[in-house]
Design a protein around this ligand. Structure first.
Ligand code: PMP
Length: 430
C-alpha cells in the first residue's frame, strides 16, 4: 500500500497523501455539488475561484510582487518543453518591437527605411544567450536554434567543456561568454539558464551575480525551475521569467506555471506584429504559447485543466499552513536536511558510491550517484535491494544511467531516513 512505499522518481513525482485523498474526493464530488472538479467549466465561478486562490497562494509562498510593476502568473499547457519554445517566441518578439520603436523614433515614419534598418540590426545584434549546464538547458538551447536559427543563439557556457565532456560542474562566472558583457549592444533578447538540472543533478547554488539587475540595462533573465520550483527562497525581482512544469514539486502533469514580468507584456511592452516577424524571417508562435494572449485572458484563452490548478493550489496552501510565516524557507530547511543526510552517507562510503556532480553545485533535488564504479550488475543489485524495502523510482535517467534519488518536497523525512539506512546497509554488505 501507499504507506509502505517511498518513491524517488524524478517526475511525475509523489504528492502528499492528504492531497491525493482530497483530490480523489474533489474528482468525484467537488464541494458537495454532485459533480467532480474535472467536469465543470473552466469559465465557471468555481474554476475562477480555484485560479485566483492558486495564484494567491503562489504569490504568498514566493513573495511574488503582483502590482503594476510586478509579475503576472500564467498557467499554460505544453509542459516545460512548451516554454522552451514560448520564451523564444515571446522574448524575440519583445526585442524586435523595442528595436523597431527605437529606430522609428530616429528615422520617422518611413516604414521601408525602418524595416531595412531593423533587418540589419536583427542580423547583427539579435542574440539569445544560453547557459548550458545539463540536459535540459541543452534541449532549450537546441529548441531556440531550431526556431530562430543557430546564428542567433549564443551558448555562453557549455559546462561539459570544463568537466571532461560530461555535465557535472558549473565554471566560474568570469568564464561565461555572455552577450551582455561583450559590448555587442544593448543586451541579449534573453539570458537563459536551468536552475536545477534534473538529469545531471546540478543546481545553481544561488542567483548568478553577473546577471543581477543593474539599473537601466537589466538583462532579461529566464530560469527553468521545473525541478526545484517552490523548494527554496527565490528573489523573484532578479528574473524576467521563471517557469516550471507542475509534475515534480507542484502537482500533477498537465500545467506549466510561468511567472513573467509585467513590463514584458502589454500595455508596458508591445509585442511585434506577426507580419513584421514574418518579413524579418523570424518565427511567429502558436497562440496558446503567446503570453500576452494568455495574460489578457487570465490563463483561460482555451480550456485549462482546472483540476491540475486545484491540486497545485492545495499543495501550495499546505506548505503555507505547515510553515506559517516562514513560508518557503520552512520547506527550504527540510529539503536541505534531507539532501544533506543522503549526501553524507554517500560520502561516507567512497568505495561503494560516487556522487556524479562536484560538491559546490550538486542538487538538493536530484541526487545522482554511481554504485560500484558504475558497474551495471552492481547498480541492478542496488536497485533490486531498494525495491525490496519499498524504495522505488531510483533508476537514473536513461541517457546517463546510474542512480538518482529525487528529493522533492513530498518525499518525507521518513523516506529519506529509510534510504539513508539502505545506503548504509548496502555499503556494509548487510
Ligand atoms: N525542464 C526540466 C528541468 C525538466 O526536468 C523537465 C522534465 N523532466 C523539463 C524541462 C521538460 O518538461 P516537460 O516534460 O513537462 O516538457
Amino acid at each position: 500500500s501507499r504507506s509502505e512505499i517511498h518513491y524517488f522518481g524524478a517526475g511525475p513525482a509523489p504528492l502528499p497523501t492528504p492531497i491525493i485523498e482530497a483530490g480523489a474526493a474533489a474528482f468525484q464530488n467537488y464541494k458537495d455539488k454532485g459533480i467532480g472538479i474535472a467536469e465543470i467549466s473552466h469559465r465557471s465561478a468555481d474554476a475562477n475561484e480555484v485560479l485566483a486562490q492558486t495564484k494567491e497562494a503562489l504569490a504568498t509562498l514566493l513573495d511574488i510582487p503582483t502590482g503594476d510593476d510586478g509579475y503576472e502568473i500564467l498557467f499554460l499547457q505544453g509542459g516545460g518543453s512548451g516554454e522552451f519554445s514560448a520564451v523564444v517566441y515571446n522574448l524575440v518578439s519583445v526585442w524586435v518591437e523595442r528595436r523597431r520603436q527605437r529606430i522609428a523614433q530616429e528615422l520617422g515614419d518611413n516604414e521601408e527605411q525602418v524595416l531595412e534598418r531593423l533587418r540589419e540590426e536583427v542580423q547583427k545584434e539579435l542574440m539569445l544567450d544560453y547557459l548550458v549546464t545539463g540536459s535540459w538547458s541543452l534541449k532549450a538551447s537546441q529548441e531556440a536554434a531550431r526556431l530562430v536559427g543557430s546564428e542567433y543563439v549564443n551558448v555562453a557556457l557549455d559546462a561539459r567543456k570544463v568537466n571532461g565532456g560530461k555535465f557535472g560542474d558549473i565554471p566560474a562566472e568570469s568564464e561565461w561568454n555572455l552577450t551582455l558583457s561583450k559590448g555587442k549592444g544593448p543586451g541579449a533578447a534573453l539570458t537563459y539558464y536551468c536552475d536545477n538540472e534534473t538529469v545531471d543533478g546540478v543546481e545553481f547554488p544561488g542567483f548568478p551575480a553577473v546577471l543581477e539587475p543593474k539599473g537601466d540595462d537589466n538583462p532579461i533573465v529566464v530560469a527553468d525551475m521545473s525541478s526545484n520550483f517552490i523548494s527554496r527562497r527565490v528573489n523573484v525581482r532578479n528574473y524576467s521569467v521563471i517557469f516550471g512544469g507542475a509534475q515534480k514539486n507542484v502537482g500533477v502533469t498537465g500545467i506549466t506555471i510561468t511567472i513573467v514580468k509585467k513590463s514584458l507584456l502589454p500595455p508596458h511592452s508591445k509585442h511585434a506584429d506577426p507580419a513584421l516577424l514574418r518579413k524579418l524571417g523570424l518565427p511567429v508562435g502558436p497562440i496558446v504559447l503567446d503570453w500576452p494572449t494568455i495574460a489578457k485572458n487570465n490563463s483561460l484563452y482555451n480550456t485549462l485543466p482546472i483540476f491540475d490548478v486545484w491540486i497545485a493550489g492545495q499543495v501550495m496552501r499546505r506548505l503555507l499552513d505547515m510553515y506559517g510565516t516562514e513560508k518557503i524557507q520552512g520547506q527550504e530547511k527540510v529539503s536541505g536536511t534531507k539532501a544533506e543526510m543522503i549526501y553524507r552517507v554517500l560520502e561516507k562510503y567512497p568505495d561503494t558510491y560516487h556522487i556524479v556532480p562536484v560538491k559546490a553545485i550538486r542538487s538538493r533535488m536530484n541526487i545522482c550517484f554511481r554504485v560500484g564504479g558504475g558497474d551495471d550488475a552492481k547498480e541492478k543489485e542496488f536497485l533490486a535491494g531498494a525495491e525490496k524495502r519499498g524504495l522505488q523510482g531510483l533508476k537514473g535517467h536513461r541517457s546517463v544511467g546510474g542512480i538518482r534519488a529525487s528529493n522533492y518536497n513530498a518525499v518525507e523525512l521518513e523516506g529519506a531516513q529509510k534510504l539513508v539506512q539502505y545506503l548504509e546497509d548496502f555499503a556494509k554488505g548487510t
